[in-house]
Design a protein around this ligand. Structure first.
Ligand code: SF4
Length: 439
């Protein structure tokens, strides 16, 4: 007899658009079984209860977004307090009832972010012994394995658990699988994946370092799932420029618009950016990280300042908006290298639309984590957390995290002045995509 699966996305994260797993998993399960699958985004349910959706249009966007950001922050604090004081999480009983109404055989939790783990654990504990529970996604780790029947992000293991025979057969992601009208956005931006892994995998701070598995899906196959005339957020780690240009040959006739992460190109060419634009690319997120060659080399970025300049210029000329991610405080950084970065960004400000500076943190799995001494880190200090992997602090030979918090604050104004548009667009990037043609 066909069984019933309830796929759950738990609070708390940004409710602007749905995650890829809410389309991918049900599409895959339907392709390989006759199971009934239902989807509940409890994150949206929680937001709907506590915060009115302010994103019906783009009028007064920055203020609306700031207010929303603040209210959402309060909600995060309320949840943290409930966890700390061992109190019930907001709307917990309502969520239990929602799940019970569905009467599922399996609860499948999918979590992208650490903050989503708490509701998943509490709900799994509540249904322990009554409904089989499994959790997957980047935030699901062995630190919560005692609370679930299974923790895995391996599709074959998941299917084995669900008692579905996994067959390697072609299937397409179905974007009509559930109603997306409740998300906090003026217009839906659908998630789309075109590859797995990273084509570079050498940045010293990144947990993709040394990761060999990089698979590009055939663009013809990707095209089969794309709905024409829609907006997409490409959830790939990196899409190299050559591939973005190649998309034109496949998606050029679909009238889509998309935002994607790419990597500064060793051989940028205007023609490639034009083709990327014509394939629908409107915003590129660049992990530029620094405007100091010394720091780029220390991070093993494998790019030069000259290549960054050319890349940003050609991208902008093609009509693509450039959002730059920066890392402040990688080992070896000084106030002088921060100033070099600011000077470099100012020099190229014509081709920069938004900047998103972040303070360096140690990621397990990165080369810095595995070989700290090589980077001048004397000690890595793990801080235990309930249900989550430890948070890693460090002691370095030069400046430390606290110093960089102060320096980031000192240069906040100068960095902010590089933003051509409302800063909140760098927080809600999917919204920026929706406005990219008009700005
Ligand atoms: S930072 Fe980006 S380009 Fe570098 S290894 Fe990680 S995913 Fe790849």
């Amino acid at each position: 007899m066909p069984k019933k699966i309830l796929l759950i996305y738990t609070p708390l994260c940004t409710p602007t658009n749905p995650p890829y797993s809410l389309f991918y998993l049900p599409s895959l399960i339907r392709a390989m079984s006759d199971y009934e699958i239902r989807i509940i985004d409890l994150n949206v349910e929680l937001h709907k209860h506590f915060i009115k959706n302010p994103f019906n249009d783009f009028n007064d966007y920055n203020n609306k977004a700031k207010r929303f950001h603040k209210e959402s922050g309060k909600l995060y604090k309320t949840i943290n307090k409930a966890l700390r004081d061992n109190e019930e999480l907001p709307l917990f009983n309502e969520f239990v009832n929602l799940i019970q109404e569905q009467n599922p055989d399996f609860l499948v939790f999918t979590c992208l972010f650490n903050q989503q783990i708490f509701y998943a654990v509490k709900l799994a504990e509540h249904f322990k012994g009554k409904i089989k529970t499994v959790i997957g996604g980047p935030a699901a780790t062995d630190y919560i394995k005692e609370h679930f029947d299974l923790v895995t992000s391996d599709i074959v293991k998941l299917f084995d658990f669900l008692d579905i025979e996994f067959r390697h057969k072609e299937f397409t992601v179905d974007y009509n699988i559930f109603d997306v009208s409740a998300y906090y956005t003026p217009e839906i931006v659908l998630p789309l994946r075109t590859s797995i892994g990273c084509c570079y995998a050498q940045c010293a701070f990144c947990n993709m370092h040394g990761f060999k598995k990089y698979i590009e899906f055939d663009p013809g196959f990707v095209k089969k799932q794309i709905l024409p005339d829609k907006n997409y957020q490409l959830v790939d780690n990196i899409i190299p420029l050559n591939r973005l240009a190649k998309f034109y040959d496949y998606f050029g006739d679909l009238n889509i618009r998309y935002i994607a992460y790419s990597r500064v190109d060793k051989n940028p060419a205007s023609e490639k950016f034009k083709k990327a634009y014509d394939s629908g690319c409107r915003v590129i997120l660049w992990g530029v990280e620094s405007g100091s060659q010394k720091m780029l080399d220390a991070m093993k970025k494998g790019i030069t300042l000259e290549e960054i300049e050319k890349t940003l210029e050609m991208s902008n000329k093609a009509g693509i908006k450039n959002i730059l991610y920066l890392i402040i405080g990688f080992p070896g950084e000084t106030e002088s290298t921060i100033n070099e970065t600011i000077d470099f960004l100012k020099k190229n400000s014509e081709n920069i639309h938004l900047v998103a500076p972040n303070i360096f943190s140690i990621q397990p799995g990165s080369d810095v984590f595995n070989n700290p001494k090589k980077y001048g880190i004397e000690k890595i200090i793990p801080e235990k957390r309930k249900y989550l992997p430890p948070l890693y602090g460090y002691r370095a030979k030069g400046l430390n995290h606290e110093d960089f918090v102060k320096l980031k604050s000192k240069y906040k104004k100068e960095l902010s002045s590089l933003n051509k548009y409302d800063f909140m667009f760098s927080v809600y990037k999917d919204h920026f995509l929706l406005r990219a043609d008009e700005l």
